[in-house]
Design a protein around this ligand. Structure first.
Ligand code: ATR
Length: 270
């Protein structure tokens, strides 16, 4: 069988072997997909060892996305812009690298949730790595405007300046009185059950609230959106499945259906 793996640290909670195992089954591809806990100071050696043993491709998760960026011999435009790599494909000496997180998010919103981004007023909370990777795929959908709000305003300003189009940065306080159609929480606040200081008024005309974290149930952000009457609530499980499907298609030349995997991994947001 052809060999693939996800590498991270810690790696115990990863859903990737389950997802890719299901994809392989549903597309009748003969492959094995394992999880590797990479040493914090030994990413390159661990990848080299996997390649030496015949490994053909890898997913890269925390904290190695920047190490993979440095390791790669060939980067796609969006991986370069994201400054991070979440998938690699090995061919001889080459290590081709891409980042499917942003396209996975866009595909989940547009395709799975049926919410076109075109013409929409979109608010994105946060200005870290997750947002950096999502900006280009978001702007390619031609939203009416995209506002980046961040605690550290300077980081949002710097990110907004990297891309052309109707994109602006602001502080959380400046959001008071502004209206949006969609609100995406790309901060890491939910991982600690915290709430970014977003005024509830941003939800008053919104139809979608999207939480990038997954498996956390109804986070404080989603609860605030629900209480404000937002009709569609989602966490990042669909994004996880869609970025996996993109990587799988890149490696194997066949794009798997994601619906069954998403249903299996979804925890009801109650
Ligand atoms: P990631 O790669 O997951 O985006 P990161 O680069 O560490 O992680 O970025 C985390 C983001 O969450 C940042 O935008 C951070 O805001 P600052 O840039 O101001 O630090 C944001 N964040 C984390 N905890 C937060 C909280 N409790 N409230 C608001 N924003 C928070």
């Amino acid at each position: 069988s052809d060999k693939y793996a996800v590498i991270g640290n810690p790696i115990g909670h990863t859903k990737s072997p389950l997802i890719h195992g299901q994809f392989a089954q549903s597309t009748a591809q003969d492959l094995v997909y394992t999880a590797i806990e990479g040493p914090l100071d030994g990413f390159a050696a661990a990848v080299d060892a996997f390649r030496a043993a015949g490994g053909l491709g890898m997913n890269i998760t925390t904290p190695f996305k920047l190490d993979a960026f440095r390791y790669a011999t060939d980067l796609t435009e969006r991986a370069r812009r994201a400054g991070a790599v979440n998938a690699m494909k090995f061919e001889g000496e080459r290590a081709y690298a891409d980042n499917f997180d942003g396209v996975g998010l866009v595909r989940d919103i547009v395709h799975n949730m049926g919410c076109p981004l075109q013409g929409q007023r979109v608010l994105v909370l946060g200005a870290g790595g997750a947002v950096r990777g999502a900006l280009l795929p978001f702007m390619e959908q031609h939203p009416a405007r995209l506002v980046l709000a961040n605690r550290t305003l300077e980081k949002a300003r710097a990110l907004a300046a990297t891309i052309a189009g109707p994109i602006t940065a602001c502080s959380y306080a400046e959001l008071a009185g502004q209206q949006f159609d969609m609100v995406v929480n790309a901060t890491s606040a939910s991982l600690r059950a915290e709430l970014p200081p977003v005024p509830a008024s941003v939800f008053s005309q919104a139809h979608l609230a999207y939480e990038l974290a997954y498996g956390k149930g109804l986070t404080p952000f989603l609860r605030l959106a629900q209480n404000a009457g937002v009709a569609q609530l989602a966490d990042g499980v669909g994004m996880l499945a869609e970025q996996a499907a993109e990587a799988f298609a890149w490696w194997r030349g066949v794009r798997p259906e994601t619906r069954a995997v998403i249903e299996k991994l979804t925890i009801p947001l109650l």
